[in-house]
Design a protein around this ligand. Structure first.
Ligand code: GBH
Length: 458
């Protein structure tokens, strides 16, 4: 390791953008001023969210947006990634745009621009209107068209001010956690449907890219959760390859116009019928993107099944990765409170692998961060583990650039301690502490650290 006397900021190009990210359902609250989403419905199932949290108040962001804008502004970052709540913007799922809902994002965007912060807008971060789920959701063949109409309306409304828009956040999660593991909305356990949903999401994204372009958005893209997949012990190579294909290549191949590989089709032999795949669908999925967001938290480490595993294999792993050869996922310490391995080199490897899979596509790290149980002492919040996580991963991002990766920006996840999906309030990723009842915000030590990085003082 070479000694680097300079600041973290200096290890990046001058035009590199540091940002911070959130998503609508995780922070907004005010569910009574929009229509129902699949996460509102899912949250009502006893046990679906560990602590019984619902979409209210989340971080009460709708009522505290000025305070949150001040936090973004004082952080000194150049970009803020947020998502639009589809049920707030277009409550019927299709058709009419809601004046008040759309107006909220108008004001958010204008305020960001006034403060010199670039808005990065994500169209879909998992909060599908329940009315569309009732029609069949992502299993419905018309979903790509409905999604494109929504994207077109977003582009018309905000495209004059927002250059970078992403269609989807992490279609792998929507498909495999929503439809295979069943731990995310809509809570379905059906691996066959998960594969169809993954495909349909990528077709919809392609239609969305086209619609955003038609509406005048200069840089339409997509955000994927990609990660390097490591072999933990001899014998797990086949399982590693299979997991890598469903985690990464399935998505990057569709984007690159390589379709769905024979390996994916052959190894998902629980699916005898891929007839939902059409030439038109594959062509749409390959609509060129102008940038790709990569969300990275942890690598996947694949080992052999343990004696303690259930007879059918490795529990959730085989459900999430249908038809996976016997394997178990084996994170190594140090772990975050999510149980996720901390591995900055994994970010560097993921970026290098992604750049090779999609040559010429500018990349952003659109999410990176860690959940820890922070210590509050005399009103100050200490999170040294998060600071070291960020330090390591920023270093890895800078190294990826020296490896030749066209990385343009990095967004920390997340601005606020928020509603961590199935984990409710029990897992906190924020640079800013949010009191679960009073909603008081307290910038953590990591906020001050990241502010120093953004300002070039560190
Ligand atoms: C992101 O997804 C979401 O975009 C964001 O909304 C969320 O708040 C944030 O992460 C934190 O969870 O259990 O070791 O096998 C993260 C996607 C997919 C990353 C599952 C980690 C499992 C690792 N995640 N993956 S492991």
């Amino acid at each position: 390791a070479s000694e680097s006397p300079g600041t973290i900021r200096e290890s990046f190009p001058d035009d590199f953008v540091f940002g911070v990210a959130t998503s609508s359902w995780q922070i907004e609250g005010s569910s009574s001023t929009r229509s129902e989403s699949i996460w509102d419905r899912f949250a009502k199932i006893p046990g679906a969210i560990v602590d019984g949290s619902t979409g209210d108040p989340a971080c009460d962001h709708l009522n505290r947006v000025d305070e949150d804008l001040a936090l973004i502004s004082e952080l000194g970052v150049g970009a803020y990634r947020f998502s639009v709540s589809w049920p707030r913007f277009m409550p019927g799922g299709t058709g009419t745009v809601a004046h008040s809902g759309a107006g909220f994002y108008d004001r958010l965007i204008d305020s960001l621009l006034e403060r010199g912060v670039q808005p990065l807008l994500t169209a879909y971060h998992w909060d599908l209107p329940q009315s569309l789920q009732d029609e069949g959701g992502w299993l419905h063949p018309d979903m790509p068209r409905w999604f494109a109409d929504y994207c077109h309306a977003l582009g018309e409304r905000y495209g004059d001010r927002v250059s970078h828009m992403a269609t989807l956040n992490e279609p792998w999660v929507s498909a495999f956690l929503g439809y295979a593991a069943g731990i995310h909305a809509p809570g379905v356990v059906n691996s066959t449907q998960a594969l169809e949903v993954a495909y349909r999401l990528m077709v919809a994204s392609g239609h969305g890219i086209g619609a955003l372009t038609d509406a005048g958005v200069s840089n339409p893209g997509i955000v994927l959760n990609l990660t390097t997949v490591r072999v933990d012990q001899p014998g797990a190579e086949k399982a590693r390859d299979h997991i890598d294909r469903l985690q990464n290549t399935l998505f990057t191949d569709l984007l690159a116009g390589r379709g769905i590989s024979d390996e994916v089709r052959d190894t998902t032999d629980i699916l005898t019928d891929w007839s939902f795949v059409t030439d038109e669908g594959l062509e749409a999925a390959a609509t060129p993107i102008s940038w790709l967001g990569v969300n990275y938290y942890t690598p996947i480490r694949v080992g052999l099944p343990r004696d303690t595993d259930q007879a059918t294999g490795v529990g959730q792993d085989t459900v999430v990765y249908p038809a996976c050869p016997p394997a178990s996922l084996r994170p190594r310490g140090p772990l975050t409170t999510m149980g996720w391995e901390v591995d900055p080199q994994g970010l560097r490897d993921t970026l290098v692998e992604t750049a090779a899979a999609l040559p010429g596509v500018p990349l952003w790290v659109t999410e990176n961060g860690a959940a820890y149980a922070d210590r509050v002492i005399d009103g100050d919040v200490y999170d040294p583990d998060r600071i070291s996580y960020l330090t390591g991963h920023l270093g890895a991002a800078a190294e990826a650039i020296s490896d030749g990766v066209p990385l343009q920006g990095y967004c920390a996840w997340s601005l606020l301690d928020n509603l961590e999906w199935a984990e409710g309030r029990t897992q906190t990723f924020g640079l800013v502490y949010v009191h679960p009842e009073s909603m008081e915000r307290i910038p953590k030590a990591s906020y001050h650290f990241y502010a120093d990085v953004a300002k070039g003082e560190r």
